[in-house]
Design a protein around this ligand. Structure first.
Ligand code: ADP
Ligand code: MG
Length: 615
C-alpha cells in the first residue's frame, strides 16, 4: 500500500466541499454517474474503432447498490477503467487549467458555489460531501491488474486489488444518512440522469407479498433498471415535454437552472442529422475565458465522439449547449476531419442558421424573453460581426442598440422604420460612457433635426461597429467621422471664405495636435468638437489597439468649430489671444468626448489667465 498526498489545489477544494458546500449535496450522484457514462462512452468508442478492443465482451451498464448496515453506496460501471497512473492523475490532481480557476471564483454563497462544481469538472471530489471515506476499485480495459484507491479526503492510498471484469466500482462510506436510502437515490437518478444513454440498474430490497400457502412476506434483493436510458434527442418531439427537455439540459450542462429555450431539429434528406440545442438562462462561468469549454457534444449514429470540439459552432455561439448527432460520418473522426469534413461543415452551417432564425423569431414574438437572452449573450453575439464572418446580416438583425431618441433598446429594423425621408445612413456614436455619449456635442445637429442616433456604449462596439458597413443596403456610419459631413443638414449655410483668415491662425496654433481645423455644421450650442478623417481610427479604437498591445499609428483628430458661436465671432474681432483660446477649445472638445487632456497643468494655467482677464 502506498500513501500519496493530494495536490494542494485538491486539498483546498476538498476542504471547501466538506466545510462550505452543503446546500445541494445530491449532485454528487449526478457527477459520479456522469463519470461512469463518460467511461462507458470511451470504451464504446474504442470497441467500435480499435481492433485491439474488438474482442472485449462489452455490456455497457451502470449499477447502484446500497448496503444499509455497512452504510455504503456503490456506483459501478463497465467502462474504460483506470490503471495506477490514471488513478493518481485523475483522482489526485486537478488537471484542467480552467478548473483551477474554480477555487478563485468561489463566491462564498454555498448554493451558487455548489452549482458551479459540475461546470468546473471537479465532479468526482463532490462525493466527499456525503462520504467520509471513498474506495475506488478499478481495472482498465485490456489490463489484467486491478487497483484500489482509498481516501479519507486528507490523503490517499493505492494498492493492488482484484476485480472481475473491466470498469470501476466507487464505494462511498456515507457520512450522511440521508443517502442511505433506496428511494432517495432512485429519485436523484431520475431527476438528473434519466437520459444517460446507458442503463442504470439498482439493487433494491423489495417487499414480496406472501404467496398462497405462505404465512409472511419477505424482503428480496431485486435488480431493476431505473432510468430511461434513451438518447433523448432521438425521441420524437411530440413525445417530449418541456420538463423532459429541461431535465436533459441539466444532465449535459451541469447547470442547475432551467434553460431559456431549446431548439430540437431532425434533418432528413441529403444529410441526415439530429440536433438539440439549448440556450442557458445563466452565464456559463467560462464564457469570457480563452480556454472556455465547448458546450456541444458530437455524436455519430448515437455514438459519443467528443465534447471538446470548439469548431462545431462559431465562437459567437459558444454559450449554446447541446448535442449534434450526425449519420454519415465515420466513427473515427479525427481533428482534421472535424475541421475539413464537408458533411459536418453543412451540419454546422445549417445549425447556425437554425439557431439564428429561432432567435429572430423570439425577437419578433417574445420581446421580453429576447431581452433576457440579449442581456446575457448579446455581447457574445456581436463578436460575430468582426471581420468578414458569414451570417453578418442575420446577426445584425439580432443586435439591439440604445437610442438617442428613446429609452430601452431598438433593432436596426426598428431604426430604419423610424428614419427620416431623406436620411441616407444609419448613424451611431460609440464610446465607453453612456452619459457622455448622450451629451456629446456631436449629437447636437441630429437632436435638432430629430434624427435618431444609436448609442453604442459597449466595449465590443468600438471594434465591430466600424466593420459593419451597412444594414439592409443602408450604410452605417459613425457621427464622429468626416465621412458624413455632407449628410448633415443645417439651416444656415456656412460661408467658408468669410472666416478663412482666422481658421488659418487656429490651424497654425494647433498644428502639432490636429490634422485639420474646419468650420462645422454639426454644432448648435457647443463651440467646438472633434471628428476623425474618413479612414482614421477614432480615439476609442486607438485605445482598443493599445489595450490589445498593438502599435497603433497615433492619429490626430480634426477640430471643428461652430462658426455661429459667440466665442468665434469675438475671437475674430480680437485675435490677440488666438493661441491660448485655440488650445482651450481643443482641450474642451477633448474633455466632452472623454479624452484626457495631454497637459492638464498648462490647460489650467491658460484657463486661469482667461478667467483673470474676464474678471
Ligand atoms: P471530469 O469528469 O470533468 O473530468 P471529474 O472530477 O468528475 O472531472 O473526474 C476526474 C477524472 O477521473 C475523469 O476525467 C476521469 O478521467 C476519471 N474518472 C472518474 N470517474 C471515472 C470512472 N468511473 N471511470 C473511469 N475514469 C473515471
Ligand atoms: Mg465528471
Amino acid at each position: 500500500m502506498v500513501k500519496h498526498e493530494f495536490q494542494t489545489e485538491v486539498n483546498d477544494l476538498l476542504n471547501l466541499m466538506i466545510h462550505s458546500l452543503y446546500s445541494n449535496k445530491e449532485i454528487f450522484l449526478r457527477e459520479l454517474i456522469s463519470n461512469a457514462s463518460d467511461a462507458l462512452d470511451k470504451l464504446n468508442y474504442l470497441c467500435l474503432t480499435d481492433e485491439k478492443y474488438k474482442s472485449i465482451n462489452y455490456t455497457p451498464k451502470i449499477s447502484l447498490s446500497i448496503n444499509k448496515d455497512a452504510k455504503t453506496l456503490t456506483i459501478s460501471d463497465t467502462g474504460i477503467g483506470m490503471d495506477e497512473n490514471d488513478l493518481i492523475n485523475n483522482l489526485g490532481t486537478i488537471a484542467r487549467s480552467g478548473t483551477k480557476g474554480f477555487l478563485s471564483s468561489m463566491s462564498g454563497d454555498a448554493k451558487k458555489d455548489s452549482s458551479l462544481i459540475g461546470q468546473f469538472g471537479v465532479g468526482f471530489y463532490s462525493a466527499f460531501m456525503v462520504a467520509n471515506k471513498i474506495d475506488v476499485i478499478s481495472r482498465k480495459a485490456l489490463s489484467d491488474k486491478a487497483y484500489k484507491w482509498s481516501s479519507d479526503a486528507k490523503s490517499y492510498d493505492i494498492e493492488e486489488a482484484s476485480k472481475d471484469g473491466f470498469g470501476t466500482d466507487i464505494v462511498l462510506h456515507l457520512s450522511d444518512d440521508e443517502f442511505n436510502d433506496d428511494f432517495r437515490i432512485e429519485s436523484i437518478v431520475k431527476k438528473y440522469s434519466n437520459h444517460i444513454p446507458y442503463p442504470i440498474f439498482m439493487y433494491k430490497n423489495e417487499w414480496i407479498e406472501p404467496k398462497e400457502g405462505e404465512k409472511e412476506g419477505h424482503n428480496e434483493i431485486k435488480n431493476s433498471q431505473i432510468n430511461k436510458a434513451s438518447a433523448l434527442w432521438r425521441l420524437p418531439k411530440s413525445s417530449l415535454k418541456d420538463s423532459d427537455y429541461n431535465e436533459f439540459y441539466k444532465q449535459i450542462s451541469h447547470d442547475s437552472s432551467d434553460p431559456l429555450f431549446h431548439i430540437h431539429t431532425k434533418a432528413e434528406g441529403k444529410i441526415e442529422y439530429t440536433t438539440l440545442f439549448y440556450v442557458p438562462s445563466v452565464e456559463p462561468f467560462d464564457l469570457f475565458r480563452v480556454d472556455y469549454q465547448s458546450g456541444v457534444k458530437l455524436y455519430v449514429k448515437r455514438v459519443f465522439i467528443t465534447d471538446d470540439a470548439k469548431e462545431l459552432l462559431p465562437p459567437y455561439l459558444r454559450f449554446v449547449r447541446g448535442v449534434m448527432d450526425v449519420e454519415d460520418l465515420p466513427l473515427n473522426v479525427s481533428r482534421e476531419i472535424l475541421q475539413e469534413n464537408r458533411i459536418l461543415a453543412t451540419v454546422k452551417d445549417q445549425s447556425v442558421k437554425k439557431i439564428l432564425t429561432e432567435l429572430e423569431k423570439m425577437l419578433n414574438n417574445d420581446r421580453e424573453k429576447y431581452m433576457k437572452f440579449y442581456s446575457l449573450f448579446g455581447k457574445v453575439l456581436k463578436e460575430g460581426l468582426y471581420g468578414f464572418s458569414a451570417n453578418k446580416d442575420e446577426l445584425l438583425n439580432l443586435c439591439l442598440f440604445k437610442s438617442s431618441l428613446k429609452d430601452g433598446f431598438i433593432s436596426l429594423k426598428e431604426y430604419k422604420a423610424n428614419m427620416q425621408k431623406d436620411q441616407k445612413s444609419i448613424y451611431y456614436i460609440s464610446g465607453k460612457n453612456e452619459a457622455m455619449l448622450r451629451n456629446s456635442p456631436l449629437l447636437e445637429s441630429f437632436k435638432k433635426q430629430g434624427i435618431e442616433v444609436l448609442i453604442c456604449d459597449e466595449e465590443i462596439d468600438t471594434i465591430v461597429m466600424p466593420m459593419v458597413y451597412e444594414f439592409d443596403k443602408t450604410p452605417i456610419k459613425a457621427i464622429n467621422n468626416s465621412d458624413i459631413n455632407d449628410e448633415i443638414k443645417n439651416d444656415e449655410k456656412i460661408d467658408e471664405t468669410a472666416h478663412a483668415g482666422l481658421i488659418v491662425k487656429i490651424k497654425e496654433a494647433l498644428k502639432d495636435e490636429v490634422k485639420d481645423v474646419k468650420l462645422s455644421n454639426r454644432l448648435s450650442d457647443s463651440a467646438a468638437c472633434l471628428i476623425y478623417d474618413k479612414n482614421d481610427p477614432d480615439y476609442a479604437m486607438q485605445m482598443m489597439f493599445k489595450q490589445m498591445g498593438q502599435e497603433a499609428p497615433s492619429v490626430k483628430p480634426i477640430l471643428e468649430i461652430n462658426p455661429n458661436h459667440q466665442i468665434f465671432t469675438k475671437l475674430e474681432a480680437n485675435e490677440l489671444m488666438v493661441n491660448d483660446i485655440s488650445n482651450l477649445l481643443l482641450n474642451m472638445a477633448k474633455i466632452s468626448e472623454g479624452i484626457p487632456v495631454e497637459n492638464p497643468t498648462e490647460f489650467a494655467k491658460k484657463l486661469t489667465n482667461i478667467m483673470i482677464k474676464a474678471l
